[in-house]
Design a protein. Structure first.
Length: 128
C-alpha cells in the first residue's frame, strides 16, 4: 500500500536527508516537503498524508504544537517529531500531542520502526 509522507523542516538539507532515507526504506511511497508550519498545513489540506515527520525547532510554530494541531484535524494521521533536543519535557510534550519522538540525527532503523507502525491506528492525544 502506498502512503504519502509529509516532511516538515526549515532546513532544506534536513528535508533532503529524510527524503533519502524514506526513498531507501519505502521506494514506492510518495512524499512532499514543507519548510514551516503554514506550508505544512497547506500540504496536509491538499495531499491528506498518512504520515508526517516534523522538525521540532522551526520559526513560528514548533513541531509539537503543529503535531497537536494535525492530530486534532485528523486523529488517524501518524506524526513524528524529530529533534536533537532530547529533554524529557520535549519527549513528554510530543507524547501528549499524540506523536512519536524520533531523535536527530534520524537513522534509517529509527525511521523504519516508525514507518512500520504508521499503518496501525495511532493513539488519541492525551489531554493533561
Amino acid at each position: 500500500m502506498t502512503h504519502t509522507v509529509l516532511i516538515v523542516d526549515d532546513s532544506k538539507l534536513a528535508r533532503m536527508a529524510v527524503a533519502k532515507a524514506l526513498k531507501s526504506l519505502r521506494p514506492d511511497w510518495k512524499w512532499a516537503e514543507a519548510g514551516n508550519a503554514a506550508e505544512a498545513l497547506e500540504q496536509v489540506q491538499q495531499l491528506s498524508p498518512e504520515v508526517v515527520l516534523l522538525d521540532f525547532n522551526m520559526p513560528g510554530k514548533d513541531g509539537v504544537s503543529l503535531a497537536a494541531e494535525l492530530r486534532t484535524l485528523n486523529p488517524h494521521i501518524s506524526v513524528a517529531v524529530v529533534s536533537a533536543n532530547r529533554q524529557l519535557e520535549v519527549v513528554r510534550r510530543t507524547a501528549a500531542a499524540g506523536a512519536t519522538f524520533l531523535p536527530k540525527p534520524l537513522t534509517e532503523p529509527a525511521l523504519e520502526e516508525f514507518l512500520s507502525s504508521a499503518g496501525r491506528q495511532p493513539q488519541a492525544p492525551s489531554h493533561e
